[in-house]
Design a binder for this molecule. Structure first.
Ligand SMILES: [Zn+2]
Length: 209
């Protein structure tokens, strides 16, 4: 039996139902690598973060097609429209907002129960100077070489399109935006070094056509 990072047995109990459009073998291989390469740990401020526990070279795929395929068929996760999310009872809505992931404009995948928050990606924090990003297939990849102890960060503005984020960013970057809004992707799309997830790239292509 593998040892569990930080006593996180719960984080190992995720279940996907088979789905004809998801390459489960690739997803599972990437998932296994991510779990072996990173761990959920407490930060000095008491919040959870995800930290590298092995060297991770730039370009390494860490999450398989995060917005398109990763949550498809995952036990306890559902795709809801913004109207449906807004109609959830307050506790469920808060959980959905906290862990839900934008799947498309107007649609998010999220958990309906805390026991289904079982994967490392739920604990990746935001930075305006992220060391994770996207490749052209929508996989989350390391943007630079990571060494053990590095906290992994992604820029939430690269994928948040449905709700503004409630927190104040303190990432320390000189270009820190302080807040992440559902419109940040429009500005970030103009930065050529950024690659945005496929559902946003499709929107940009449609707008340009
Ligand atoms: Zn920031």
């Amino acid at each position: 039996m593998e040892s569990h990072h930080d006593g996180d047995a719960q984080l190992w109990e995720r279940i996907w139902h088979p789905h004809p459009e998801v390459d489960a073998a690739t997803r599972d291989e990437v998932e296994r690598f991510f779990r072996e390469s990173a761990a959920r740990q407490r930060r000095p401020d008491g919040e959870f973060g995800v930290f590298a526990v092995r060297p991770i070279p730039a370009g390494t795929i860490l999450i398989y097609q995060w917005h398109d395929a990763y949550y498809v068929g995952m036990l306890g996760w559902v795709a809801l429209t913004v109207a449906e999310i807004n109609g959830l009872p307050p506790a469920q809505r808060a959980l959905f907002h906290r862990y839900g992931l934008d799947h498309d404009f107007g649609v998010m995948y999220g958990p309906l129960d805390h026991e289904h928050v079982t994967t490392l990606d739920n604990f990746i924090n935001h930075s305006c100077d992220p060391n994770l990003g996207y490749d052209a297939q929508g996989n989350v990849v390391a943007r630079r070489d990571l060494t053990p102890g590095d906290e992994l960060y992604i820029d939430y503005g690269e994928f948040v399109v449905n709700y503004d984020e409630p927190f104040t960013c303190q990432c320390g970057a000189s270009w820190c935006r302080t807040h992440v809004t559902r419109n940040d992707w429009q500005f970030l799309a103009s930065q050529t070094e950024r690659s945005l997830p496929p559902f946003i790239a499709r929107r940009l292509r449609a707008a340009a056509a």
